[in-house]
Design a protein around this ligand. Sequence first.
Ligand SMILES: C[S@@+](CC[C@H](N)C(=O)[O-])C[C@H]1O[C@@H](n2cnc3c(N)ncnc32)[C@H](O)[C@@H]1O
Length: 222
Amino acid sequence: MGRRAVRNVHEGLDLTGKLLSFDDLPNPWENAASLFDVDRPLEIEVGSGKGLFLRRATAANPEHNFLGIEVAFKYARFAAANLLRDGRTNGVIAACDALRVFRELVPDASLEAVHVYFPDPWWKARHRKRRVLNEAFLADVGRTLRPGGVLHFWTDVEEYYVSTLEIIDAMRAASPRLPLTGPHPVEEPESEHDLDFHTHFERRTRKNGEPVYRSEFVKLGG
Ligand SMILES: C[S@@+](CC[C@H](N)C(=O)[O-])C[C@H]1O[C@@H](n2cnc3c(N)ncnc32)[C@H](O)[C@@H]1O
């Protein structure tokens, strides 16, 4: 599925504090609250694209903080500009590799939720190793969620969905085991207008009449 261009963000817009680089992220992570106005439970979205999920989630859940991580700078900038325009103090975007953030910065049992929506499918077999939902990242998700925390994974690619479940099953059978239960089913949400979808890719998939595979995994011990 191709991508639509993003609208230009005004050159002079000051996105300080809303659009971050890897080096702006807290290190040590214990200072993560400094990214926001108030310390709240933290949720991370991996691959935010144009940021529709963050716009909606920051409004729907003001009791939580949201960090979106998007490797494509122009999308990250667009999403950050929307959060700024909407006056959201509980959402910021980092333009960098999300897997590196998990690998190098995020401590154990520190996250309320991890969101991965419509990750790039990397169709060719020889490119599959580039998928974000690989074994190393899933181990980091299992490590960084708090007990009871949730991994949300939605995709329009059935093969990606099935093969991710297979990786998770294999990791659960291994030692140390991946401490996640699921997949728990997720109902298709009602969507009444264009901004009322979970993400931009969810909107495009549903408007094309194609299926969306939705799942949640819960960290054991909650
Ligand atoms: C297919 S798009 C989906 C965007 C959005 N989640 C949605 O559902 O509309 C996948 C996004 O993940 C981003 N991405 C891919 N690998 C990434 C990584 N390692 N870290 C952060 N973002 C990544 C891509 O740049 C792209 O914007």
